[in-house]
Every structure is written in C-alpha cells, then in structure tokens.
Design a protein around this ligand. Structure first.
Ligand code: 4NP
Length: 154
C-alpha cells in the first residue's frame, strides 16, 4: 500500500508545487516512488490550470529540481479522505483546509514545517508579492522539512 501526501498553499503556484517538486525528487532519488504518492493544490481557485510561478521554477532549478509539469488545482473536501497526510504551508492555509475537514479526517491536516528541524519555524511565508530572497527562503525551508518528512515515513 502506498502512502499519499498532499501539499497545500493558497494559489498552488509557488509554495505547494515547490514542496511537491522537491519532496517528489527526494522520493525518486531514494527509489520510493512506488510507495509514496504526491500531489499539491491551493485553497483558492485563482490560478486553476496554471503552471508553477516562473520565479519558483527558476529558484528550484538552480538546485536541480524540475516541477514544470505540475498544474494548479483547488483543494476539494474529498481530498481530505483521499490523502493520508495533508501538509499545509501556513496557518491561514490550516484554517481554510480545516473548514473542509470532518471529525474522521481532520487529524490528517498538519503544518508542513512541523517536520522542520527548527521547532520555532512553523510557516512557509508566501513569496508571491516579494523579491527573489523570498523564493530562496521557501526552497531552504522546504528542503529541510522534506528530508525529515521522508525519514519519518521510512
Ligand atoms: P502560493 O502563492 O500560495 O504559494 O501559490 C500565491 C500565489 C498567488 C497568489 C497568492 C499567493 N495570488 O494572490 O494570486
């Protein structure tokens, strides 16, 4: 049985596709792609069908990640039943995702950075309206948390 992970942010063009792309890369590198399935989505529908933001793709590409195949979609209530772990980028995503949850699936929803090495870091900040440093910071946070998430699943 495969375990399934869903990464969630607001627009599904910056943070959650970056998380899916980096985590997927680590899963493939370790030959675990038959056992760990990944997806991402946004709580808002502004960018449905769009490619990841060019700035996210360019920042991650410098470190060897490619997720240009991903396309944005909106979170649906049934995702909370379909996926084993629903990992959200910030507290606002947490509130919005829990709005769609019920008693039997709400335990699956967690802040992704609960896997970060530094317990004081809890949110992946939205880089959309900021400069390039914000995108670098997103990749730094996601690389750390992804490595720990993968260790915890093994
Ligand atoms: P994301 O970033 O949630 O990391 O994909 C955003 C992308 C788009 C918007 C906001 C955040 N937007 O307002 O269009």
């Amino acid at each position: 049985m495969a375990v399934s992970i869903l990464f969630v942010c607001l627009g599904n063009i910056c943070r959650s596709p970056t998380a899916e792309g980096i985590f997927r890369h680590m899963v493939r590198e370790q030959g675990l792609h038959d056992r760990i399935q990944t997806d991402s989505c946004g709580t808002a529908g502004y960018h449905i069908g769009a490619k990841p933001d060019k700035r996210s793709l360019a920042t991650a590409q410098k470190r060897g990640y490619d997720f240009s195949d991903l396309r944005a979609r909106k979170l649906e209530a049934k995702d909370l039943d379909r996926f084993d772990h629903i990992l959200v980028m910030d507290k606002s995503n947490l509130d919005d995702t829990l709005q769609l949850a019920n008693e039997s699936n709400k335990h699956k929803v967690q802040l992704f950075l609960s896997y970060h090495t530094d317990n004081d870091i809890v949110e992946v900040p939205d880089p959309y309206y900021g400069g390039p440093d914000g995108f670098e910071h997103v990749v730094d946070l996601i690389e750390d948390a992804s490595a720990n998430l993968l260790k915890s699943l093994k």
